[in-house]
Ligand binder design. Sequence first.
Ligand SMILES: [Zn+2]
Length: 198
Amino acid sequence: MAASLERNNAVTLPPMKRRTEKIRAVFRFTIPVVKGRSGRFTWSILKSIKSFKEKINSKNIDRIGKAFHIIVDGSDNFKTRFLINDYCFKKKKVLISGAISKFDGQVYTFNFLKKNSPCLKCFIPKMPPNPDIDNCEFDGVLGPLAGIIGSIQANEVVKEILGIGNTLCGFILIVDALKLTFRKVKLNKRLGCICYEK
Ligand SMILES: [Zn+2]
């Protein structure tokens, strides 16, 4: 989702259509004030945020993705998720992928610099039969779950940058928001997958 910066220090997100609620809403939130050593606002940090107001596809993914070592995927459809997975594998990037549907969420870290890293297609080998319907827009999703999964993805990014803690690479984190359980399940490379080398 694209976000636009405004001079009043707020971010306005475009209206979100939710089938389950059948309402349109504009969400606003405030970016915390960032102070540099001089005590003045460090607008350079905000200015360094790049936004791309175009839908990612096979033609533009390299132009958008080549400058980034770590890519975080929060997209809502299998076509895009497969595209980003294949691109990150090919270009040996770190992919931190999050998915939510109804009351469940998953987080994956794929570090394609490591030879033993599985990929998304090890877990989901084929596109579901109805990829345009099998997504959170049609299934609905418990709102706070998006924040939980997004925060865990951000935590993975910080760990990858700093090289600390235990990587999630080789596991899937499965979150059940109703039971409030977090399970880490081993994910190995799948024989015959694009990431599998003999
Ligand atoms: Zn794979």
